[in-house]
Design a protein around this ligand. Structure first.
Ligand code: DGY
Length: 331
């Protein structure tokens, strides 16, 4: 009845998320929710600030900045925030903590998908697949040539991981069968348990730069990692190395990367993430043959996006019931 409805916690969902999550919310009978009913356009900020007024829960995606302004607009009823992402750099954690708002996120369910895409991007970049298909289609394919479109192979290589977590491990597990010689990693501190799974050696940041034939960035974006991949890193890398980033664009200084790529300081880069997103089509990085850019699709498999949607919905419902979430961020 309408009377019962009005006593249910109110929730705003900032995106038309994949069906599994919406189904869980709808069929739970535990919330009344409003939805920004589009996946093609993100909710305009002004609209968002209005819609969140007085809500008890909020389910968002990574395009929404959850900061003091938004939390003030929502007001004191807001108890639970659930983001459909493993990354949480779009959330002001100190503001959430200060207000006692609990936060759910979606780690693990996307690890396989992100690792698969990272391997695909790495091979696409190192074996120059985008250039190659372009050449084949546009008449660049002449006689078979001995050094044409040569790239770099994984066999006997050293693969470096910047920030070793679940995803870094999953990438290494997939690359190992390509006969990688050695895995190395750096992080704020050694992570022996994770490292032992893939037999990776802990090295300094400088050694990671110097030794890696392939360098995969797998760290979270935090104030400490912001633009950590800059000319200091690129200048220490070999001119035959490949740089891959499937974490967040903000960990890279893109001007420095452009310099490193255009001067041949490093061989190539594959990026699934940039600043900003979308990256403007006239961005200098798009002019480089040795830079492969994807539109933030690492977790984009139907299975994974539905799992993220379901986990985000369940986190939200559990949080609103005052129960432990399946995946809750410790603030
Ligand atoms: C995340 O979850 O943080 C990714 O960037 C999108 O899946």
């Amino acid at each position: 009845t309408p009377r019962e409805m009005s006593t249910l916690p109110r929730v705003y969902v900032t995106r038309q998320i994949p069906p599994e999550g919406l189904k869980i919310l709808r069929e739970s009978g535990k919330v009344q929710f409003e939805l920004w009913d589009s996946d093609d356009i993100s909710v305009p900020r002004k609209e968002l600030l209005q819609r969140v007024r007085g809500v008890d829960g909020l389910l968002c995606v990574l395009t929404e900045k959850i900061d003091a302004e938004l939390l003030d607009a929502a007001g004191p009823n807001l108890k639970v925030l659930s983001t459909m992402s493993v990354g949480f750099d779009h959330l002001s954690l100190d503001q959430l903590k200060k207000r006692g708002i609990r936060v759910g996120y979606t780690p693990e369910v996307l690890t396989d998908s992100v690792a698969e895409l990272t391997v695909a991007l790495l091979l696409t970049t190192s074996r120059r697949l985008v250039e190659a298909t372009h050449e084949a289609k546009t008449g660049g394919w002449g006689t078979w040539r001995t050094l044409w479109l040569c790239g770099y192979e994984l066999a006997n290589s050293t693969v470096g991981i910047l920030g070793l977590g679940r995803i870094g491990v999953a990438i290494a597990e997939r690359l190992a069968p390509f006969k990688v010689k050695k895995f190395i990693y750096t992080d704020v501190a050694p992570r022996p348990e994770l490292a032992s799974i893939i037999n990776a050696e802990y090295v300094s940041f400088d050694e990671l730069a110097k030794q890696s034939d392939f360098l995969a960035v797998c760290c979270a974006l935090t104030p400490e990692t912001k633009e950590i991949c800059n000319k200091n890193l690129f200048s220490k890398m070999k001119n035959t190395s490949i740089f891959i980033n499937t974490s967040r664009g903000g960990v890279v200084n893109q001007e420095d990367l452009y310099q490193a790529l255009s001067t041949g300081q490093i061989a190539a880069a594959g990026l699934d993430v940039t600043v900003p997103e979308p990256l403007p089509t006239n961005h200098p990085l798009f002019t480089l043959k040795n830079c492969v850019i994807l539109p933030h699709i690492a977790s984009a498999s139907y299975t994974t996006r539905n799992a993220m949607s379901a986990l985000a919905a369940n986190n939200l419902l559990l949080g609103l019931q005052g129960e432990p979430m399946i995946k809750e961020l410790k603030l």
